[in-house]
Design a protein around this ligand. Structure first.
Ligand SMILES: [Zn+2]
Length: 295
């Protein structure tokens, strides 16, 4: 990682009331925090094993933000190997209650070309092998046994976060698409043309590899979660060329990351204070006892 950030040495196990705190989390690449000054690196242990990397805590617009590189700082984790449960748990354990999840996606409609910003309001899960819930009936290494709890994903994203994201993007002359369905595939491979055409025929909007179970795990921890998807390519069934290449994705993401970071930082500024949240994300467990203490 080449940048000018002054990063303090990791503070092992610093999560807790006395350690560095943040109230907003951003799960994305190092491009979102590498230009911040005075970033504090905090390593967090969780009952689910290690998160993708340390948390990088810094100040944005007067708010304390914890950044987590979803694939690790050297991008060594493919989507299906990411420890999503540890990631969301780690964020909550330093105080985070609102999470922004920017990610790269393929467009499933010709009008959603590279550079489109789409703020989905639904997802479809086509993943196969991921730990999808904190309530999986498995005793944890610390002896806690989760209760059987069913959390509703009917509207999986935070309405407040979505509204702030859309308003902010448009203020920056980025005509973000309001709503749409993110279909999440297992990866690491891209879709065949047949799969891609099928996804499009269902009316789904964009396709990615990390949106699930990230949003649902946030919901299970009563966190607000907002997905911001950046289209980096038209998916295989949508165009007639060679199909998606990893290089295409990286290039388009790099070309838009400054713009996305600018929008993201203004979203951070406009999110409500933790105690002022009026959305139902804060009551996702409906008063049920999860069988363990939330961090
Ligand atoms: Zn919310």
């Amino acid at each position: 990682m080449s940048n000018t950030t002054s990063t303090s040495p990791a503070v092992p196990g610093a999560a807790g009331p006395s350690g560095p705190r943040a109230d907003i989390g951003v799960i994305g690449g190092s491009g979102f925090y590498s230009f911040l000054e005075d970033v504090t690196e905090v390593s967090v242990e969780t009952p689910y094993g290690p998160p993708s990397d340390s948390l990088f805590l810094g100040e944005v617009a007067g708010r304390q933000v914890a950044f987590l590189p979803r694939h690790g700082r050297d991008h060594h984790l493919p989507p299906h190997r990411i420890n999503y449960r540890a990631n969301l748990w780690a964020l909550r354990s330093v105080g985070v209650r609102q999470v922004l999840g920017p990610c790269a996606v393929g467009g499933l409609r010709p009008e959603y070309g590279p550079g489109t910003l789409l703020v989905p309001d639904q997802f479809v899960d086509r993943t196969k092998s991921r730990a999808q819930s904190y309530f999986d009936g498995e005793p944890r290494p610390d002896g806690a046994v989760p209760n059987v709890v069913h959390v509703s994903p009917a509207d999986p994203y935070c309405p407040t976060g979505r509204a702030v994201a859309l308003t902010t993007a448009r203020r920056h002359d980025w005509d973000a698409v309001d709503g749409g369905t993110l279909v999440v595939v297992e990866g690491p491979r891209f879709s065949t043309r047949a799969e891609s055409r099928w996804h499009a025929a269902q009316g789904w909007s964009v396709v990615g590899m990390t949106g699930h179970p990230e949003a649902m795990l946030a919901r299970e921890l009563e966190l607000c979660y907002t997905s911001l998807t950046l289209v980096t390519d038209l998916d295989a069934g949508t165009e007639t060329g060679e199909g998606v290449s990893h290089q295409d994705v990286l290039e388009v993401f790099a070309a838009n990351v400054d713009r996305l970071r600018t929008v993201l930082f203004d979203v951070v500024a406009d999110l409500p204070a933790t105690e002022d949240r009026a959305c139902l994300c804060t009551k996702a467990l409906g008063g049920w006892d999860p069988g363990f203490a939330l961090p």
